[in-house]
Write a protein that binds this ligand. Structure first.
Ligand SMILES: Cc1cc2nc3c(=O)[nH]c(=O)nc-3n(C[C@H](O)[C@H](O)[C@H](O)COP(=O)(O)OP(=O)(O)OC[C@H]3O[C@@H](n4cnc5c(N)ncnc54)[C@H](O)[C@@H]3O)c2cc1C
Length: 431
């Protein structure tokens, strides 16, 4: 380990766990039956549980590791409209109406999460700070500037272009050639948000059990048995909410591609410096295909920087020198800045770059947020809970499309290393 990069207090775990440590309380016993069993205790699982428990269903959430230890307590806290495909591309695949409705779901999710956090009174530093989407080449800047022109009615975003000459008001970085501001995008403390959801799920009557891995499911719709590390539980309904950690659960692992995403937190910076680097405390990402995303922490003291830097998965400490180098590429002033935390987690991509929710063989699922799950996992988790209750509000156009897989894909993304190499080359050579 390059020791000159690491602060004496360095920890290889999420910065967010300082404020919101993972639960260490004794776990409740596994009941023998429930109306609804939810597998996975992230945003998807807990938002679904809030719905089903409030709907009067005896709800049990089971989690393979510590409660919330998946992506939902370790992400970058950036909240956006999130659906990856562009409207035009999607229209060609699924038709204009469905494409419009799907993109609209991303807008709905962003609006919904702000209202939900407020209505529930969740204390999680949810702030509408806006996003700066930076062009890393002049050509990419032109493309993103053009992409916000003439949005279809109902998909307006208030986004506006910031040319390179005015960019210093958004970010002090020599790496960019202008960008686009999305004023409605937000930031949140993801660990505190998860804690808030856990509290609401429990208050509603859900039982949440950690260290209780689901190893298999049998039975038919309405009469299912889940075999877990703590015994068997029978359920009328099951929701699979395992996203990037979906392994061993039959055909779902063939439909999501787990990809490691890596983050570092800097030591607290000098207040004048951080105010110059990201003056409006926006969340930031750029046009590189190997995505980098960053922001200040909620107190505005340090920078939290995330990216995909390694060809193969690695441990977060080993990834830190490359992440630090990417940070310094954007902010040369941070060359001597120390790192206090480094961590990683597995996001779930899908073969069509869209999330999917619905029911198959009597089992409900919601997953595949393609790295943008703070709003989507919460929104679709809520919807899948409503679908279990048979409520109209649970309808989503995304339930009309089954998650695709590919021949020779069984859950191990063997194609990831060549893809990362290709995208790295492409990011460096685009004009
Ligand atoms: C480093 C990083 C940065 C990110 N940054 C952002 C961001 O800035 N903005 C954004 O929108 N999104 C971001 N994401 C993605 C976002 O965090 C996820 O999309 C979202 O949290 C997914 O929530 P979830 O509940 O579906 O999955 P998770 O929170 O991952 O929960 C799934 C859970 O299922 C459990 N599980 C798996 N298998 C079993 C089993 N058999 N039995 C029991 N339990 C099981 C896992 O242990 C895990 O806890 C980031 C992710 C990472 C890793």
């Amino acid at each position: 380990m390059s020791s000159h990069l690491f602060a004496p207090s360095y920890k290889p775990e999420p910065f967010w766990w300082e404020r919101s440590p993972l639960c260490a309380e004794p776990e409740p016993a596994l009941p023998t039956s429930a109306d609804v069993v939810i597998i996975g205790s992230g945003y998807t699982g807990l938002c679904a549980a809030i719905q089903t428990a409030r709907g009067g269903r005896h709800t049990v959430v089971i989690e393979a590791n510590a409660i919330g230890s998946g992506c939902s307590s370790r992400n970058g806290g950036q909240v956006s409209t999130s659906i990856k495909p562009q409207c035009g591309d999607l229209s060609r695949k699924v038709g204009d109406k469905l494409a419009y409705d799907i993109i609209k779901e991303g807008h709905n999710a962003l609006k919904w999460i702000g209202e939900f956090v407020e209505a529930e009174g969740l204390n999680c530093d949810f702030n509408v700070v806006g996003r700066f989407y930076a062009g890393h080449t002049p050509g990419q800047f032109e493309i993103i500037a053009k992409s916000i022109e003439n949005p279809p009615k109902g998909l307006e975003t208030d986004a506006y272009v910031v040319p390179k000459a005015e960019q210093h008001a958004e970010i002090d970085s020599p790496d960019y050639h202008g960008g686009v501001v999305f004023p409605r995008h937000a930031s949140v403390d993801p660990g505190a948000y998860h804690k808030g959801l856990l509290g609401r799920a429990r208050e509603a009557g859900a039982t949440v059990i950690g260290h209780c891995r689901a190893d298999g499911m049998s039975g038919t719709a309405g009469d299912l048995t889940i075999t877990t590390a703590k015994g068997q539980i029978k359920a009328r309904n099951v929701i699979v909410a395992t996203n990037g950690y979906t392994r061993g659960l039959s055909h779902w692992q063939r439909r999501v591609i787990p990809i490691g995403s890596y983050m570092i937190a800097t030591e607290p910076l000098e207040p004048g410096l951080i105010k110059r680097l990201i003056p409006k405390r926006r969340v930031v990402n750029d046009t590189r295909k190997l995505v980098a995303y960053y922001s200040t922490d909620p107190k505005g003291e340090r920078i939290l920087f995330g990216a995909r830097v390694s060809i193969a998965e690695t441990d977060p400490t080993a990834a830190t020198p490359a992440l630090h180098a990417e940070l310094v590429k954007r902010f040369p002033d941070l060359a001597g800045t120390l790192i206090t935390h480094a961590w990683m987690g597995f996001v779930a991509y899908t073969f069509d770059e869209m999330p999917h929710l619905g029911e198959r063989d009597g089992i409900h699922y919601s997953m595949g947020y393609c790295g943008s799950g703070v709003s989507l996992a919460s929104y679709f988790g809520t919807k899948i809970g409503q679908q279990v209750l048979g409520l109209k509000e649970g309808d989503s156009p995304l339930s009309q499309i089954a998650p695709p897989t590919r021949p020779y894909y069984w859950g191990e993304p063997w194609f990831l290393a060549p893809a990362v190499r290709y995208y790295r080359w492409r990011d460096e050579h685009l004009s």
